[in-house]
Structures are given as structure tokens and as C-alpha cells.
Ligand binder design. Structure first.
Ligand code: DGT
Ligand code: CA
Ligand code: CA
Ligand code: ZN
Length: 567
């Protein structure tokens, strides 16, 4: 799978162009990189089908570069750019306060290429004298260097999962391995992942390690021992592997799934019962009493089985002891997806394409929610456009089994008003209202804003409620208790947005919403047919929020679902 390699190159091109003060292009390259990084399909396959342009953000220039790289394994355009600015971008970019523009300036004026150069220059007070810097930013840089040296950068779950899946598949193909699974934060479906952890059972430890460290895509071997190894892939991702014997598979899986806090609490229970729990098994005075499966370990400690998504030591152990664990929503329980965009606004596919893809997923209904109102940058539709679109949807509804709802994603303005008049809003089947700007309001203002939107009788769903971007922007400051209370009171649905960079509501907020009796909906907010596959990340959040099927309305069959919409 070349996705992360391609994404890394495009990100670097964007950074280097930005360092050279080129306009517009950096944004385009970065946008393409973002969607490729979290694609759930191998980009090589999409390229072979000649469909690179169906990836959101990929235009003529990026298409050409990607094709060349996939065809020849090289990209001279990128190599030349890199040579023109020989700096260690990866580490310099992780110093807070430094972006490509400033790194470019530091290279041109002071020949700074890496963290060591940067540190020397800052300590000699040479940075403060530069135009656009100053004492304060020099100090900030100096503080940032230490942090950057230690910084273990994290990646989005959606980037890590397909990479792990592919490595697991490769290892499963070997005749000298028995079981292959991934563990760690990935198995717990955390929103970001530090590294990928893989467990293999085999009697040929050395052969597994040998294959793993030499397989295609490995850029660097970080560590290598008889039963474990760590590599860094060419795309930058770290993967750890451990090879073990079958007898302790459950104990190892339990241990390496974590979380660390969950494990610590588990070990305490073991000690209390006169036992010892480790990655090698549950022992009593040196005798193995459980270890082959996770289930028998939990059972022997007097606990119901705890699903990986719950293992964060946030009450799951007490719940398991008193048989009060939730019966988590299953990954395959979704019947419809209620937020997606088409070519009418900023999506890459037609309504027809989206409906075909949704039928393939076994859905009973979808809602097309192209942007409306003032969001012109996202190609917002006006009233006339929507009426034309509805004719298209009517036709599709007449021809297939899938029910397509006529929806809109409208904006919640700073004062809580929706940017489409109520007269027209009420003609839609489903209105998703979301915030797309004014993220700097005070907690009080923003809470009032959301409540005003929730109280609008035409608003059915609040989309990506906080507006956060996991890697770039904190969510708006909000009094969740008040907002959830309003949602519950008015029967307004709250979205878990499954876009990898959003996952908004997050696990903690969604869990609070459920506790307060709110109903949730998990939507992909897809901008292409491929992205409908992101549903699993939203369900991951729902499960980490302890959600049951009854808490999520788009698990309902069509007839029952229609009953929960506001009149
Ligand atoms: P990550 O990679 O930062 O997203 O998070 P994890 O949870 O995958 O952590 P990682 O890769 O460092 O280790 C994998 C699992 O191994 C972790 O979830 C629990 C277990 N583990 C690692 N180190 C320790 C430790 O020092 N004590 C305990 N009890 N467990 C550990
Ligand atoms: Ca990990
Ligand atoms: Ca690890
Ligand atoms: Zn949106």
C-alpha cells in the first residue's frame, strides 16, 4: 500500500513550495495529501482504474505527479525541489511556532538545516534579529526544540488502520505463522495512533522477524531481536511486532492491547486474588492458570469480557464486575448514512454514484446534504439549485430500493441563526446544521449559539458539533451539559461525524450525551463514494462512548427511523 508514501511526498512538496513563498499550490497539494492519507483503499488500484481524479483534492497537476511516482517509483519534480532546499523538514516542522515560511526564511538567512543548527542560532541570539522574529519567538523556538526532539508524532486512526490491515494480511499469507492480529491503541480504535503493534504466533520466531524486517515498504529497522522488532515504513509510520507461542496468545493480546491504565488496574485485581498477571499469562505461584484467550483471563479475574474500545480505565472494570457493561453497537448495524456531499456542491461523485455505493453497503436509506446558505467556498447551492437537485433525487427514488432523503448541510451563524430562511428550510426532509466559522466565541456565546440552532424546529441534526480538526484546530469552547440538555428537550439528533480528522462528537462528549439521554447519529460526511467506508471510525467513537444500538438512530430500519425526525 503506497498511500502514506504518496501522501508524505505531497505534504513535503506543499511545505517546500510554501517555503519558497509560492501561492495557492501548497494548499492544493496538502488537500490531496490529506485525502490520500486516509483513503481506505490502496491508491495503486484507483490509479490503475484511471480514477485518481475521483479522490477529493486531486487535480490535474497532482494526478500527473502521483501517476508518475506509481509508474516509475520516482518523482524527479519532488527530488529536485528537495535538493533546492536541503533541510530536515520533518523535525523542524515539529517545533511549535515554525511553519514552512519561517523555515524557508531561516534557511535563506542563517543556513539553518536541522534542529542542531536551530539551537545554535537561537542560543547565539541570531534569530531574534531577523525580520519577523524577535526575542519572544526566539525563546519560544528554544523551548520548542526540546519538545520536538522528544515528540512522538501521532497519526490519524484512518491512516494507521489500512496499513496495519495490509501487514496483517501479508503475514497471514506465510505458511509458518498461525495467528496474526493487531493490538495497541489501534485495536482500541483511539482517534490517533502512536505506532502500530502486531502480534504473531509461530514456532519459527526468527523467520517471522526476518520476513517482517525485510518486507516491501520498510524504510528503516529501528530495533531487532529474536522475538520482537520495530521498523519505520517509508511513509514514516512505526510498526512493532512481537512473535510468541500459542499458549500465551490471550495474555499477550490482552497486555499489548492496553491501555496501560487498564492493564495496571487489571494487575491490581490479580494481586488481590493472589495471582500475577503479565504478558506471559495469569499465574499462581509460577503455574499458568489462564493465558490462551483473553476471555479466560477476564473470567478468571471475576470480570465479564471487556471489549477493546472500553479498555481505558474509565469505569469499565467495575461495570464488568457487576455485569453492567453496555451491549455495544456493532460495526455492521448501520442502516443509513445521513450526511454526504455530491458534485452539486463540493463532493467528487454524483447522487447516483453515492446511492449505488450505499446500496452496496447494504443501507436502506441515505440523505444527500450538499452545502446550502452562505458557504460559497464549498459550492453552496441556492434555492433554485436545490429544486433542480430534488428532481434528480425523485428520479433515483423512483428507480431503486434505497430511499434517498433530500437534505442540506446549513450553517449555524455566530448568533445561532441558520443561514437559510425557515420558509425554505422546512421543505427539506432532513436539515443538518453545523458550524463552519466563528470558532473564537466565548464559551457562553458559543453555548447560546448552539442552543439557538437546536431550538430551531427545522433543524434535525447538529453536525460536527465542536468544529474541531484533530490535527489543526481545537473545538469551540462549549458548555456541553447545557447543549445536550437542549438537544434532549427538543429531540434534536447529535452527530458523531466519522470523517477521520473530525470524529466530532468525540468519545468523551458522546458518552456524556448518551448519559443525558440524547440520541446520536453516526454520519460519514462523505465527499466521495469511497469515503462512505469511513463509517467504521464513527462507530469506533460510538463504541468508545459506550453506545448501544438504541442510542444511535441510524441503526433503525427506515420506517422506525422516519418516526424520530422532527415534524
Ligand atoms: P500509542 O501507540 O501511543 O497510540 O498507544 P498504545 O496503547 O498502542 O501504546 P504502546 O504502543 O506504547 O504499547 C502497546 C500496549 O502495550 C499498551 O497499550 C499497553 C502495553 N504496554 C506498553 N508499555 C507498558 C507498560 O509500561 N506497562 C503496561 N502495563 N503496559 C504497557
Ligand atoms: Ca501502539
Ligand atoms: Ca508500540
Ligand atoms: Zn460540514
Amino acid at each position: 500500500m503506497k498511500n502514506s508514501e504518496v501522501a508524505k511526498i505531497l505534504y513535503e512538496i506543499a511545505d517546500i513550495l510554501e517555503m519558497q513563498d509560492v501561492e495557492f499550490k501548497p494548499r492544493a497539494y496538502r488537500k490531496a495529501a490529506q485525502s490520500i492519507e486516509t483513503l481506505q483503499r490502496d491508491i495503486t488500484g484507483i490509479w490503475r482504474e484511471g480514477k485518481l481524479r475521483s479522490i477529493p483534492g486531486v487535480g490535474a497537476a497532482t494526478e500527473e505527479k502521483i501517476s508518475e511516482f506509481l509508474e516509475t517509483g520516482r518523482l524527479p519534480y519532488y527530488e529536485k525541489l528537495k535538493k533546492s532546499l536541503p533541510v530536515d523538514l520533518d523535525s523542524l516542522m515539529s517545533v511549535s511556532g515554525l511553519g514552512p515560511k519561517r523555515i524557508g526564511l531561516l534557511y535563506r538567512k542563517l543556513k539553518i538545516k536541522n534542529l542542531d543548527d536551530l539551537e545554535k542560532a537561537a542560543k547565539a541570539n541570531r534569530i531574534a534579529k531577523l525580520n519577523g522574529f524577535g526575542e519572544k519567538s526566539e525563546k519560544k523556538i528554544l523551548d520548542g526544540i526540546e519538545f520536538a526532539r522528544k515528540a512522538k508524532s501521532r497519526m490519524l486512526l484512518a491512516k494507521a488502520l489500512p496499513i496495519a490491515d495490509e501487514i496483517v494480511q501479508r503475514l497471514r499469507g506465510l505458511d509458518f505463522v498461525d495467528r496474526v492480529v493487531f493490538a495497541g491503541s489501534l485495536r482500541r480504535m483511539k482517534e490517533t495512533i502512536g505506532d502500530i503493534d502486531i502480534l504473531v504466533t509461530s514456532s519459527k520466531h526468527d523467520k517471522v522477524i526476518d520476513f517482517f524486517t525485510k518486507m516491501d515498504g520498510v524504510g528503516e529497522i529501528i530495533a531487532r531481536g529474536p522475538t520482537r522488532a520495530s521498523v519505520r515504513l517509508k511513509g514514516g509510520v512505526q510498526v512493532d511486532i512481537r512473535v510468541l507461542d500459542d499458549s500465551a496468545f490471550g495474555a499477550a493480546l490482552q497486555y499489548f492491547t492496553g491501555s496501560k491504565d487498564h492493564n495496571v488496574a487489571m494487575r491490581k485485581i490479580a494481586i488481590f486474588k493472589g495471582l500475577k498477571l503479565s504478558e506471559y499469562g495469569l499465574m499462581k505461584g509460577g503455574e499458568l492458570v489462564a493465558g490462551k484467550t483473553e476471555e479466560e483471563i477476564y473470567d478468571r479475574l471475576g470480570l465479564d469480557y471487556i471489549e477493546p474500545e472500553l479498555r481505558e480505565n474509565t469505569g469499565e472494570i467495575d461495570a464488568a464486575r457487576s455485569h453492567k457493561l453496555p451491549s455495544l453497537i456493532a460495526y455492521d448495524s448501520i442502516k443509513g448514512d445521513l450526511q454526504m456531499h455530491t458534485v452539486w456542491s463540493d463532493g467528487a461523485n454524483t447522487a447516483k454514484d453515492m446511492s449505488v455505493a450505499a446500496e452496496k453497503l447494504g443501507y436502506e436509506y441515505i440523505c444527500i446534504t450538499d452545502h446550502g446558505g452562505n458557504l460559497k467556498v464549498a459550492g453552496a447551492l441556492d434555492e433554485q439549485d436545490f429544486r433542480k437537485q430534488w428532481k434528480e433525487i425523485d428520479k433515483l427514488n423512483g428507480s431503486g430500493k434505497l430511499r434517498i432523503f433530500k437534505g442540506v448541510e446549513a450553517n449555524i451563524e455566530a448568533d445561532g441563526k441558520i443561514d437559510i430562511p425557515d420558509r425554505f428550510l422546512k421543505e427539506f426532509d432532513i436539515v443538518v446544521a453545523s458550524m463552519h466559522s466563528s470558532f473564537g466565541l466565548t464559551r457562553e456565546q458559543n453555548t447560546k449559539r448552539l442552543i439557538t440552532a437546536i431550538e430551531n424546529e427545522n433543524v434535525d441534526v447538529i453536525g460536527h458539533l465542536t468544529g474541531r480538526d484533530i490535527e489543526e484546530r481545537k473545538g469551540a469552547d462549549t458548555d456541553f451539559e447545557k447543549v445536550f440538555d437542549a438537544a434532549k428537550r427538543t429531540g434534536t439528533l447529535l452527530e458523531i461525524n466519522a470523517q477521520p480528522k473530525r470524529l466530532d462528537l468525540n468519545d468523551i462528549n458522546a458518552r456524556d450525551a448518551i448519559k443525558m439521554g440524547c440520541k446520536l447519529v453516526v454520519n460519514t460526511d462523505s465527499h466521495s463514494a469511497e469515503q462512505l467506508a469511513n463509517m467504521r471510525f464513527g462507530i469506533g467513537v460510538a463504541r468508545r462512548a459506550w453506545a448501544e444500538r438504541k442510542d444511535v438512530v441510524n441503526t433503525l430500519a427506515l420506517k422506525d427511523f422516519m418516526k424520530v425526525l422532527k415534524k
